[in-house]
Ligand binder design. Structure first.
Ligand code: ATP
Ligand code: MG
Length: 586
């Protein structure tokens, strides 16, 4: 599908607008492009003058003088060119550095729904590769193309001024040149797009398989996956070879055309000279002009492609930046402490707008109380806490903390006063300490150790090589699941939150570890409002209130002992089931 020229222009305008903060560099680059032009064109002109005015006249003085001028022109043009290259490169790099920060910040503020729908690979490609390609718009694109056109115009003007006859001869080959350039540009564009698509699919494949290597090996899928990879790799190679092919054809063709121009020029020019229509100096200067003329033409097609690719990338990046689905943060409340009353009023919610996950949920947790949520897998337990922490915004009903709706709190302050231990604990590459403090300088090492002792995580951390400075691998893979969970508990306790939310992992653990975790949870919920999603009912013995959830509805709520007393109740059924399981396993 071809886009119209006008959208391309609008896009180009928008890309150029991103350079606004760096307008000084931009202007410097343009000015340098203009300045460089006469200096590059001056050299053949000086040679022609030298031949016509001084060499044929045998004027030594004049020759020497012009030689000096020539040297000065040469030095100035070299310096200007250096400056031009540095300044366009700096411009491009400044723009994309800025852009990368913008994209990253924007992505981190997007609603979780965006991440539900966008593969990880896409977001990283946007922040790294695509932004990199935008650099080309500045470093190799717009300004250099302007510079090339200026040079081209100046060269042609000088050629006409020097000898219109010779210029005419040279121009005979121009239509071939234009045609060849056009064909090349179109062909390379297509093959470039192919190459980029293939890179993207190779990246996506590798990223997924490497993070899922355990599964690949467990399922003995190495061979099959290798075959898929071979196919992707083959397509990538052939896309690359295609583009190389066009280059291999185009550059010799340009050489050929310029050689033909040169031959024609010398042949017809020599006759002109003999007939006294062309000066000898022009005959010497023309091959130099020709060279100056063909050089930009040779690279221009390529530069247009790079520009085009930069624009394609820019379009993708802008699409991310235009993604307005950020979490609205208009609340003004920022209390230094919450009482800890939580109220859900008729909350109904759906992730995708089609399937309702929570139906008319209402409950109240009084300050300092512990509320447990139980229910089958997929019943909506985690969804309730995601709404409370505003990872998703609700569609109907109200959620209040103390006496205000959660939207009225400043998001950052709200989350600061709440600690959430998610079901799938995520640890980052870095030390145990950094993972607990998340590099918050206001949390001291002593605080961390105190919390770890309170939780009962201190025992195992002390046994790690390096203790609190032990370096965790990506996602904390070098710890056991239970250990990771304990660290996430310390992380929650260390901030001394007013509301604690705990989504218990389903991982089954041995009795000893269960005892440690049990103790840890009791520590966590002490003296604060807590919500615990529990899979092991033993965890919630001390709860003040239990909500039993089924398919997004609260089907029972009350004190655990009261619920247990009801022989036909859901809670009782769950309890009996777990009890029977435990009997079997023990
Ligand atoms: P478990 O005990 O397995 O953790 P849960 O009670 O926590 O289950 P939820 O995670 O709240 O269950 O999920 C409730 C429903 O919402 C499920 O049917 C699930 O398919 C759906 N769901 C959960 N997360 C998303 C999401 N990000 N996008 C779309 N649907 C989702
Ligand atoms: Mg869950």
């Amino acid at each position: 599908m071809r886009k119209s020229q006008s959208t391309d222009f609008a896009l180009l305008r928008r890309v150029l607008a991103t350079a606004y903060p760096f307008r000084n560099e931009f202007i410097t680059s343009i000015v340098l492009a203009v300045l460089v032009t006469p200096f590059s064109v001056a050299q053949p002109f000086l040679i022609q003058k030298m031949v016509d005015d001084h060499i044929s006249a045998g004027n030594r003085e004049g020759i020497l003088q012009l030689a000096w001028v020539f040297v000065v022109v040469l030095i100035v043009s070299v310096v200007l060119k250096y400056w031009f290259l540095v300044s366009t490169a700096r411009l491009g790099q400044s723009v994309i550095q800025d852009m990368r920060n913008k994209v990253y910040r924007h992505i981190t503020n997007l609603r979780l729904r965006y991440f539900d729908q966008t593969p990880v690979g896409i977001s990283t490609t946007r922040t790294i590769n695509d932004v990199e390609a935008i650099n080309n718009v500045f470093a190799q694109g717009v300004i250099t193309i302007v510079a090339d056109f200026l040079t081209l115009g100046a060269v042609v003007a000088m050629m006409i001024y020097t000898s219109w006859r010779l210029t005419l001869i040279v121009c005979i080959t121009m239509p071939f040149m234009v045609l060849a350039t056009y064909i090349f540009k179109e062909k390379v564009k297509v093959s470039y797009q192919k190459v980029r698509t293939q890179i993207a699919s190779m990246n996506a494949f590798l990223q997924e398989r490497i993070s899922g290597m355990k599964t690949v090996q467990i399922l003995h899928a190495e061979e099959k996956e290798a075959a898929v990879f071979r196919r992707i790799n083959r397509d990538y190679t052939s896309a690359n070879l295609d583009s190389v092919f066009y280059y291999a054809v185009f550059f010799p063709v340009v050489e050929l055309v310029s050689a033909v121009s040169l031959a024609l020029m010398i042949w017809l020019g020599a006759r002109g000279y003999l007939e006294d229509k062309v000066t000898f100096g022009s005959l010497v200067a023309f091959p130099l002009y020709l060279n100056l003329m063909f050089r930009p033409i040779r690279f221009m097609a390529d530069k247009f492609n790079t520009l085009q690719m930069g624009l394609v990338a820019a379009e993708r990046v802008f699409k991310v930046l235009d993604h307005k689905e950020t979490i609205p943060d208009k609340g003004m409340l920022s209390p230094s402490k919450l009482e800890g009353k939580v109220t859900f009023e008729h909350v109904t919610f759906s992730y995708d707008g089609e399937q309702t996950v929570l139906h008319d949920i209402s409950f109240t947790i009084l300050p300092g109380q512990t509320c447990a949520i139980v229910g089958r897998t997929g019943s909506g337990k985690s969804t309730i806490i995601q709404l409370l922490s505003r990872l998703y915004d609700l569609q109907q009903g109200n959620i209040l903390i103390d006496h205000a709706e959660i939207q009225k709190y400043k998001l950052k302050e709200l989350r600061k006063r709440m600690a959430i231990v998610l079901q799938d604990v995520f640890l980052f590459q870095g030390s145990v300490l950094d993972n607990i403090t998340l590099r918050d300088p206001s949390v001291s090492r002593e605080q961390v150790i105190r919390s770890a002792k309170a939780i009962g995580a201190d025992d195992f951390i002390e046994k790690l090589p390096g203790k609190y400075d032990f370096i965790l691998n990506e996602r904390g893979q070098n710890l056991s699941v239970g250990q990771r969970q304990l660290i996430s508990f310390v992380r929650a306790l260390v901030t001394d939150p007013d509301i604690l939310i705990l989504d218990e992992a389903t991982a089954s653990i041995d009795t000893e570890s269960e005892r440690i975790i049990q103790h840890a949870i009791e520590k966590l919920i002490e003296r604060r409002t807590s919500i615990i999603i529990a899979h092991r009912l033993s965890t919630i013995r001390h709860a003040d209130n239990v909500l039993v959830l089924q398919q997004g509805n609260i089907v029972e709520q009350g004190h655990p002992s009261d619920l247990l007393a009801d022989e036909n109740g859901f809670y009782r059924k769950l309890y009996d089931m777990q009890f029977a399981e435990n009997m079997q396993t023990n």
